[in-house]
Design a protein around this ligand. Structure first.
Ligand SMILES: O=C(O)[C@H](O)COP(=O)(O)O
Length: 319
């Protein structure tokens, strides 16, 4: 089995592959050379993160390919259904990075609630007048504890966000396409279960009206989940974090609601025009921004590499 990890894979993953007799091609190939490289080297497995696009054309052009692996969760950069129709196996690592993503969600919530993004930018180099002004400007800050956390999506990331919210003393509401009343088993308190409210995405009004902090944790959608009608229904002063995908939140509409102070702050780790976010977003002080790094921790990437390697080792015997 010959593996190309075109967007990289952790050392731990490479070690595990090699220990199990799997050939690892330590190379990153540009999109225009990828087809040739795979064909010339008879690559069996193409591993990607979100940077490398695996199109129908690439699947058709590379007959040696048998497995496409996504190191991470979202597979919107891969023609998954088409590849499966053509007999390829498509795998991902649905839980390995969930904790890292959830931690970034709270990193952004804390940042916005305490103006850390602005503080870092505006702290004066010298003189105490500006220091005192900033201290005054930033006094309208909030605790997360006791507030209502609204989580859109109930997959593995959504569930990690919920657990962290509960641990902080937040009230939790969940909005998902497949609602069912559930108890979430918390793994940090032995055997303890916690009740929280689950709403359907068709019936978001109450959820939006009550949430002080909203986190979107869904796969990429074809339509906006949050746009003008939803922003209108939200509580004044709401904070929103999008670590899901650009296109689940309407950026243009959002800016209007920031301007009229309905929304207090938005954090974006993903963008409609990624990797070149709109200037209007980059220049807006109410936004806390990061460059699609929610799953980019050493811990998550180590777990991802190991999980991918284990899956490939299990699939090797069937090739
Ligand atoms: O879907 C994911 O796993 C995240 O968006 C991370 O994407 P990345 O692997 O490109 O960082």
């Amino acid at each position: 089995m010959k593996v190309l990890a075109n967007d990289g894979i952790s050392e731990a993953g490479i070690r595990l592959l090699e220990e199990n007799g799997i050939e690892f091609l330590n190379q990153r190939v540009s999109p225009e050379h990828l087809e040739n490289f795979i064909n010339e080297n008879k690559v069996d497995v193409l591993l990607v993160r979100s940077a490398t696009k695996v199109s129908k054309e690439l699947v058709d052009a590379c007959s040696s390919l048998k497995i496409i692996g996504r190191g991470g969760i979202g597979m919107d950069n891969i023609a998954v259904d088409y590849a499966r129709e053509k007999g390829l196996k498509v795998i991902n690592t649905p839980t390995a990075s969930s904790k890292s993503v959830a931690e970034l969600v709270f990193g952004h919530f804390f940042t916005m609630a305490r103006f850390l993004h602005e503080s870092n930018r505006l702290m004066p180099l010298e003189g105490d007048t500006r220091f005192k002004d900033l201290k005054k400007d930033f006094k309208n800050a909030f605790e997360l504890s006791g507030k209502t956390l609204g989580v859109i999506g109930f997959g593995s990331i959504g569930q990690e966000v919920i657990k962290m919210g509960i641990a902080l003393g937040m009230k939790v509401k969940v909005c998902t396409r497949k609602p069912k009343t559930e108890n979430l088993q918390l793994d940090f308190f032995d055997g303890q279960t916690v009740n929280f409210e689950i709403t359907s995405t068709n019936n978001m009004e109450e959820f939006l009206k009550d949430s002080d902090f909203i986190s979107i944790n869904t796969p990429k959608t074809t339509e906006y989940i949050l746009s003008t009608p939803e922003f209108e229904q939200m509580k004044t002063g709401v904070f929103i974090v999008n670590t899901a995908r650009g296109g689940v939140l309407d950026e243009v509409a959002m800016l209007k609601f920031i301007e009229n102070k309905k929304i207090a702050g938005v954090a974006l780790d993903v963008f409609e025009s990624e990797p070149k976010p709109e200037l209007a977003l980059l220049m807006n002080p109410a936004l806390s921004l990061s460059p699609h790094i929610a799953g980019s921790t050493v811990d998550a990437q180590t777990k991802i590499g190991i999980e991918l390697a284990k899956k490939l080792i299990a699939l090797k015997k069937d090739l």
